[in-house]
Write a protein of this length. Structure first.
Lengths: 200, 200
DNA sequence: CGTCAGTTTGACCAGTTGGTCAAATTATTA
DNA sequence: TAATAATTTGACCAACTGGTCAAACTGACG
């Protein structure tokens, strides 16, 4: 039905979302203004509101996109694969997302820090379910003696925390390590940590 | 010189900072308004500006306080103590701060996510120096065979990331684990992780 | 070329923002 | 108690906010 997006629409929708991501990720929803997004996207404010019904609508669109991208890699964990390698694959994937999409990570962080007013329902339903299943799988692996027994929830939290740290606290990391790329060292540390934690 | 703070001044300064912390931690600097802080503190807006020169001044006061509280526990690491226990003590201390002062943690997080415009200089000077010294100490411990050799910087980052996660992403953690207190499990996981990482 | 849907904008609006100020109120102290 | 200092407030302001709208412009297509 709404398949037909003209060339201009496609370009402008994308420009607005890109600008919105940049601005919202830095200042949060309330701290961002349509004027900022307008300036960043190169469009006039009324023109932006021609493509999105409101400031809210831009933010919602970004969040919706984000949530699907965020949850997918958890689903990709293969219960039939080698446990340690599967978890490692997931952790490395998340780390790569922090390197490639730091703004998305920061947008998500600001939303959660503010109490997740718009996505709390997703957290308590989809996210919770998906994590619960992963926890069951991890426990199953541990029961089968394939990995060391660890608290699966806090294992997952620690992977999230560490990988997202490199995106969200980028300024701080760079203040300490300098500007040179640190993701390779981070990946090595993460791998070492997980192998130590999970190898029997 | 400025020692003499009247009873009323003390009470109101504290009420304003407390309210400011609550509001700024949730909405960030730009997303917060003096009216919110006024409502939260029970004072009128002009009255708030009688005690603090500007919205900015409140925020700066909070940040300054925060930074000293934040850096102290790193300084408390005892080079002469048992390495694993010293690092563990530090990590647990940080975790306790996340439980007791989640708003402070979130305020710091929003400031860093926004690019740390007001404290970048502190990050590249004091924080950097303090972390560098800790890294040297950790490397020294590793060279002496007292702990396993790990990247000290990423070790510190991982401690920060995990402990702060429980404050900053509290809503998400609770969405997954439920409302019951999870800090005990978190501490156990953290201890297990660090012992695994650091024990030779 | 003409036409018409799709696009863009300047001018505008009402509500909110950080901040000011003189006047009123309250505490302190001589 | 009277005078003085500290505190509090209502009224106000200019700048900014998200959003509207009619009018102007542009591009695609017969």
């Amino acid at each position: 039905m709404k398949k037909t997006e003209t060339r201009i629409q496609k370009k402008n929708h994308s420009a607005i979302k890109s600008a919105g991501l940049k601005v919202f990720a830095q200042f949060g929803f309330r701290g961002s203004t349509l004027d900022q997004i307008a300036a960043e996207s190169g469009l006039s404010k009324p023109n932006i509101l021609y493509y999105f019904a409101s400031k809210d609508a831009i933010y919602e669109a970004l969040l919706a996109q984000l949530l699907t991208d965020w949850l997918q890699p958890v689903r990709d964990i293969d219960p039939a694969g080698d446990p340690v390698e599967e978890i490692l694959k997931y952790a490395k994937h998340k780390l790569k997302m922090s390197r490639l999409y730091p703004r998305e990570s920061r947008l998500y962080a600001t939303e959660i820090i503010q109490g997740a007013p718009r996505i709390k329902s997703v957290l308590t339903s989809e996210l919770r379910e998906i994590v619960e299943n992963s926890a069951l799988l991890i426990n199953h692996w541990a029961d089968s003696g394939l990995i060391r027994a660890v608290d699966p929830y806090h294992l997952i939290f620690s992977i999230w925390a560490i990988t997202q740290h490199y995106a969200d606290f980028d300024v701080q990391v760079k203040a300490i390590l300098g500007e040179r790329d640190h993701f390779e060292d981070a990946e090595q540390y993460l791998e070492d940590m997980l192998r130590r934690m999970l190898t029997v």
